[in-house]
Design a protein around this ligand. Structure first.
Ligand code: NAD
Ligand code: ZN
Length: 348
């Protein structure tokens, strides 16, 4: 397998600045790394946050974004024993962690103080050849559809872990807020596969059609409803048992705490900049609410999330376009106009 010296990538030099589709050198793997010929990469809203620089911790610059990459191992460092050249591999948000600290030992590797994030602290998957720590890279079955599995590596994994964190029982109502986007369209399906009843919230008729086709029983359009909280309470016969908030709206975050029933579990996943959770402590205490944050998932969560996909329990609602289209994808994402997930083909 010949590895070229240069490759196509989308690079930005300052936050909010031009996203240049250009040629850059192909990196070489260090002893613990694999070099993956990324065939497809999902485009996550976190990539948009990274480019805008709107979160408290900033990215390195210049940066190649992207963290939902699926491709083929083309080179590996001298210490790598768990991948062979030609294997399929996925590159996730968590590129590496120390594996020695308290958090890594407990399987909460994303909380490792030395965690390194793909497409944030090091170049990610909006390029044809990307590096991944071999321990954290996701092994993928050989016959898998690389375009479809790409969004499982962040969107699917994240919502699956969030649903596990909610500890809901089959037959209970879960609200997916932001259901028509990348994470939401996966969350609806994982929730169904886990035996939950889904009430989906997003904006517009097209998103309603999408989430219903994926298994949502009820859809509420937040742009049309006059009293969202009341509507959710009525539709779920007293309030949701749980909420997975993947929306990018501070208002939606606060509302999530209002339409859950007593004992309700509210899991925050979406990360609108500067958002605060405006909830009365009286309600939290007297309704016995549980409010938790959830960030991606660990290696076992990844294997389980991919397994749901390979078993056909979740589908990947994707639209594939060329890598050079990232600026247009970001524009549509900013306007909330993306149905499901965009995946970029790095060959064009
Ligand atoms: P997306 O743009 O594909 O989807 C967001 C959806 O939220 C859109 O469909 C939009 O219409 C909807 N929305 C906007 N306002 C709403 C409102 N008031 N009520 C309901 N829905 C509303 O984005 P995505 O890729 O799915 O990511 C969503 C968020 O999750 C981002 O902030 C991203 O950074 C974050 N994220 C977090 C993790 C994690 O580990 N916690 C992982 C991945 C992404
Ligand atoms: Zn992501």
């Amino acid at each position: 397998m010949t590895i070229p010296k240069t490759q196509k990538a989308v690079v930005f030099y300052k936050h909010g600045g031009p996203l240049e589709y250009t040629d850059i050198p192909v990196p070489s793997p260090k002893a613990n790394e694999i070099l993956v010929n990324v065939k497809f990469s999902g485009v996550c809203h976190s990539d948009l946050h990274a480019w805008k620089g709107d979160w408290p911790s900033k990215t390195v610059l210049p940066l190649v974004g992207g963290h939902e990459g699926a491709g083929i191992v083309v080179a590996k460092g001298s210490n790598v024993t768990n991948f062979e050249i030609g294997d399929y591999a996925g590159i996730k948000w968590l590129n590496k962690s120390c594996l020695c600290c308290e958090f890594c030992r407990k399987g909460a590797e994303i909380d490792c103080p030395k965690a390194v994030i793909s497409g944030y602290a090091q170049n990610g998957t909006f390029q044809q050849y990307a590096l991944a720590d071999a321990i954290q890279a996701a092994p993928l079955p050989k016959d898998i559809n690389l375009a479809e599995v790409a969004p499982i590596l962040c969107a699917g994994l994240t919502v699956y872990k969030a649903l596990k964190t909610a500890e809901l029982l089959s037959g209970e109502w879960v609200v997916i807020s932001g259901a028509g986007g990348g994470l939401g369209s996966m969350a609806v399906q994982y929730a169904r596969a886990m035996g939950l009843r889904v009430l989906a919230i997003d904006g517009g008729e097209e998103k309603g059609d999408l989430v219903k086709s994926l298994g949502a029983e009820i859809y509420i359009d937040f742009t049309k409803t006059e009293d969202l909280v009341q509507e959710v309470k009525e539709a779920t016969n007293g309030g949701a048992h749980g909420v997975i908030n993947v929306s990018v709206s501070p208002t939606a975050i606060s509302q999530s705490c209002q339409y859950t029933r007593n004992g309700g579990k509210i899991i925050f996943v979406g990360l609108p900049p500067d958002a605060v959770c405006n909830t009365s402590v009286f309600d939290i205490v007297c309704k016995s609410l549980q409010i938790k944050g959830s960030s991606v998932g660990n290696r076992e969560d990844t294997a389980q999330a991919v397994n749901f996909y390979t078993r056909g329990l979740v589908k990947s609602p994707i639209k594939v376009v060329g890598l050079s289209e990232i600026p247009e994808i970001f524009r549509l994402m900013e306007e909330g106009k993306i149905l499901g997930r965009y995946v970029v083909d790095t060959s064009c």
